[in-house]
Ligand binder design. Structure first.
Ligand SMILES: C[S@@+](CC[C@H](N)C(=O)[O-])C[C@H]1O[C@@H](n2cnc3c(N)ncnc32)[C@H](O)[C@@H]1O
Length: 210
């Protein structure tokens, strides 16, 4: 097995640090552009639609200020929600408390779940444009963390921007990438979003213990 050299490690760490700093700036500057306060219809369909899932345990990755974690808790789900940025987590705690919703909010890294108290198993994972911003070298760890915590038949509902939506070489997500990275999962749906740039709603389903 070849190990990354010191220069590669520096680059990887630099990428993570740059992403974290940028996110922090957004939250410190006020309300970030993605923080609509509205739960997307794709999640509403999964929770309240004709073929709604029965409430179970859900882990939200990159929960931001907690709109959807609060929504899920109010609909009977047992919710753990994680964000990398402390200010986002603080706002999410306030939002959940104001709504009287029981959400366990954790400040931490969705690619380092072993460092957090979030053992699962989870029936549902929800990711609203978190994964697509994670540097490539941390994405295997993200997939492995979810896979280890997935209940049999668990789903992952993910919204992501395509690589074309970014002007950097590391962001974005494609169906092909998810198919090859999430072993033991089936990509059961990849529906284009309605944004002016390429976006997708992906649904993955845990199929085996491999
Ligand atoms: C585009 S924002 C979306 C926030 C929220 N899902 C929403 O739609 O309002 C991406 C979120 O993921 C968080 N994030 C990015 N990388 C993360 C990581 N490695 N672990 C946990 N959260 C992360 C960011 O801090 C940010 O809140």
């Amino acid at each position: 097995m070849s190990r990354p050299d010191a220069a590669q490690l520096r680059t990887a760490r630099d990428q993570e640090e740059a992403v974290r700093r940028e996110l922090e700036e957004y939250y410190r500057a006020g309300r970030p552009p993605w923080d609509t306060g509205v739960t997307p219809p794709e999640l509403v369909a999964l929770v309240e639609g004709q073929e709604a899932l029965p409430p179970g345990r859900v882990l939200e990755l990159g929960c931001g200020t907690g709109t959807n974690a609060t929504y899920l808790a109010r609909h009977g789900w047992e919710v753990v929600a994680i964000d990398l940025i402390d200010k986002a987590v603080a706002q999410a705690r306030e939002k959940a408390a104001a709504a009287g919703a029981a959400v366990r909010l954790l400040h931490g890294d969705a690619t380092r779940l072993d460092d957090l108290d979030a053992p699962g198993p989870y029936d549902l994972f929800f990711d609203l444009s978190c994964y697509c911003g994670i540097p490539p070298h941390r994405r295997d760890a993200y997939a492995a963390g979810l896979t280890r915590r997935a209940a049999p038949g668990a789903r992952l509902l993910m919204f992501g921007y395509g690589p074309e939506a970014f002007d950097d070489p590391i962001s974005g997500v494609t169906a092909d990438e998810l198919r090859s990275r999430f072993t033991g999962w089936d990509l059961v749906e990849a529906t284009p979003g309605t944004n002016p740039v390429p976006t997708f709603w992906f649904t993955l389903r845990r199929t085996s213990r491999s």
